[in-house]
Design a binder for this molecule. Structure first.
Ligand code: OTU
Length: 661
């Protein structure tokens, strides 16, 4: 990994560096203007070459492939707008931790907060979105997380995850130029943009798939295509199913091709064959094309699935990690300001491998799906045992990486808890999962939730859960019954969830509509394109008339919106809640209470205790069980009020959360 490596002899006798230099001139590069590119490439050359050959040596076309990759990187660098190159330099200068003088990477800024939205459902179009930026600023949002908005499959499109043009904005949303303008506008306001790269599969009407269907051999090689069932059957023997109810099996017969195509998700989503270096090069161009539009955080959809091998689960294979590392190294040469977000809904011990594999960077941020699922478990059981046990043993993230924490997102809630920890918390795993499914679908006696089972597997009884934050918290049933106490408790549950994702760990993220307590939207049932997929119930369209009520005192909307805004604002000023701050789960004095201590990593500044009561009744937390905070001086930072003390105990109301510091 020396800079000299770029000068290694190229195939035609001239050095690789000379060849690239000529290419740079041909591309209109300025003399000396590409120094940053060559410096970055030189620094990563060895890593890129080794990863590339570990994946692709011996593949057809091997000889010129690596040179083509370098030329591609240079082309994309030359295309990169100066505005973004300047941002790259600024972000490089910020440096990384643990250098105490550095500000650290942008995505670990203290106080960073995120908001996830579907453009069409939130604002209609990109133009509409521009008008809504002040709304997000009012809430205190800094990172805007767009769901997919590129051209998709006609008809069903899995919420945009069946992409038919990776670099063409869906005309219903707007134009590429408008996207670039939005990114610029966000940057001008000190905000950031996250967007998807659905890199595991394309739509079956992507030009590559269409070409493959009409007999193009090159494009056929971009997918997993088998003439008969022999290979598919070998694969199926060890592969789980993602959508067993609506898309059973992992292969689809395509009559035009007289063949079986791998389709792990829906039949219209064809898995891309990343073992083909030609496909890899295509996708590098896509990745860097996205980066060059001004996207700061690129979400790698379904990243555990990138590499397939018969006889394995086809998830989390070492080559999937090698691909992500190679993509990141390529991005670091062309667009070093860009970070990757891992969409890996697997065990935290597996997720962490997507952040860093043995000191080599992959993604920088990952969704904290297990925290999300644990919070819902604790609400249903009113006990914090499983949450505390799992969170207490939380894997430590590598330096310069962070979590994205959330209560709800566009997907279902999976029940992938660790069985041993379920047992240690006093439950039986199978029964406990069934209880949670019954609870959140309102079947369990006393349940307040109105959710649905998602993707029930009749063979195993397994399922996941759909529903909005508000409806799963009981707001929908409380409004239907008119029960004032139930309503108050539902609101408090939402407040509890947002107070915790804002304080426990990571960048807190609002799923669009949660800030107004939007309830399940049942219109999907009558839309033939959506009717099969009940995740649409928790993707309600923004109702801007309802949003107006956030300013009307006494409304539910005002209460939830101002609570989240307050969580975000207060959190920003607390050094103990910085992204890299330490945390400990303290032994809980009561089975319903979670006590967590957070303190700045470098020892400066004071600790803050996060206390949360998952019970329907008030609870007392004996001061003797709280350490690390000066109890006489402590206040509730979230409520900006003195603590309520009775005798020698701090009092928490029903579902109360206190940030004690
Ligand atoms: C992702 O989710 C997206 O978030 C979904 O909205 C898409 O439907 C899907 O990919 C296909 O593009 O299984 O139930 O470990 O769990 O990629 C959601 C990652 C999913 C998978 C995840 C997937």
């Amino acid at each position: 990994m020396t800079s000299g490596a770029v000068s290694a002899p190229g195939s035609g006798g001239t050095s690789a560096r000379e060849q690239l230099g000529q290419t740079a001139a041909a591309l209109g590069g300025r003399p000396g203007g590409d120094a940053a590119f060559f410096l970055r490439l030189g620094y990563r050359y060895g890593a890129i070459r080794d990863l590339f050959s570990s994946l692709y040596s011996g593949k057809p076309g091997d000889g010129g492939l690596f040179e083509r990759l370098q030329t591609l990187l240079l082309e994309k660098y030359c295309e990169r707008p100066d505005r973004l190159k300047a941002i790259d330099l600024e972000r490089e200068r910020r440096g990384s931790r643990p250098d105490p003088r550095s500000r650290g990477p942008w995505y670990l800024e203290p106080g960073l907060t995120a908001y996830m939205l579907y453009l069409d459902r939130f604002a209609g179009t990109l133009r509409g979105f521009r008008e809504r930026i002040p709304y997000l600023e009012e809430l205190g949002v800094r990172l805007v997380h767009f769901m997919p908005f590129f051209r998709t499959h006609e008809g069903k499109n899995d919420g945009g995850f069946a992409v038919s043009d990776y670099l063409g904005v869906d005309p219903r949303c707007g134009t590429n130029e408008e996207l670039v303008e939005i990114a610029e506008k966000l940057h001008d306001r000190g905000m950031y943009l996250a967007a998807d790269l659905a890199l595991n599969h394309s739509a079956d009407d992507h030009p590559w798939a269409l070409a493959a269907k009409s007999g193009d051999e090159r494009c056929r090689g971009y997918y997993y295509v088998f003439p008969d069932r022999r290979e598919p059957d070998r694969f199926e023997a060890a592969m789980p199913q993602v959508f067993p109810e609506t898309a059973p099996g992992n292969f689809t017969r395509v009559p035009e091709m007289g063949a079986w195509v791998m389709t792990v998700f829906h039949d219209f989503q064809w898995d891309l064959n990343w073992s083909n270096p030609e496909l890899f090069l295509e996708m590098v161009a896509v990745l860097l094309g996205l980066a060059n539009m001004g996207i700061d955080l690129i979400r790698l959809d379904a990243v555990p699935y990138l590499w397939k091998e018969a006889g394995t689960s086809c998830q989390n294979l070492p080559q999937a990690h090698a691909i992500v590392r190679l993509l990141k190294a390529c991005a670091d040469v062309v667009a070093p300001g860009v970070a990757f977000l891992a969409e890996a809904i697997v065990q935290p011990s597996e997720i962490v491998k997507y952040l860093d594999s043995g000191g080599i960077e992959e993604c920088q941020v990952a969704y904290h799906a297990s925290l999300m699922a644990l919070l819902w478990e604790a609400l249903a059981t009113r006990k914090t045992g499983l949450l505390a046990a799992s969170f207490g043993e939380e894997v430590r993230l590598p330096e310069n990486t962070g979590w994205l924490s959330y209560a709800r997102c566009h997907d279902d809630i999976g029940l992938g808890y660790d069985d041993r920890k379920i047992e240690r918390a006093g439950f039986t795993p199978g029964m406990h999962r069934r209880f949670l499914l019954d609870f959140y679908t309102g079947i369990f006696p006393g349940s307040w939730a109105t959710g649905r089972r998602f993707m029930e597997n009749p063979a195993t009884g397994e399922a996941r859960i759909s529903g909005t934050c508000a409806s799963l918290c009981g707001l929908e049933s409380a409004l239907a019954s008119g029960d004032a106490l139930a309503l108050e408790l539902a609101i408090r549950r939402i407040e509890l969830l947002y107070a915790l994702i804002s304080s426990l760990v990571g960048i807190p993220m609002v799923f669009s509509g949660d800030e107004l307590a939007l309830r399940n939207d049942y219109s999907w049932e009558n839309d033939p394109e959506l009717a099969e997929d009940n995740r649409w119930m928790h993707r309600p369209a923004m109702d801007w008339a309802v949003a107006e009520r956030r300013h009307a005192e006494g409304t539910i909307e005002a209460r939830i919106f101002s609570h989240i805004r307050r969580c975000f604002a207060v959190r920003r000023g607390i050094p103990a809640f910085a992204q890299d701050a330490l945390f400990d789960v303290l032994p809980s004095p009561a089975e319903n209470v979670l006590v967590c201590s957070r303190r700045p990593k470098d020892g400066s500044g004071s600790a803050v205790l996060v206390l949360a009561n998952f019970a329907l009744e008030r609870r007392q937390v004996p001061c003797s069980s709280l350490r690390g905070v000066d109890l006489r001086a402590a206040r509730d930072l979230l409520g900006d009020a003195p603590l309520v003390i009775e005798g020698d105990a701090v009092v928490l109301g029903a579902y109360g959360v206190v940030w004690m510091g």
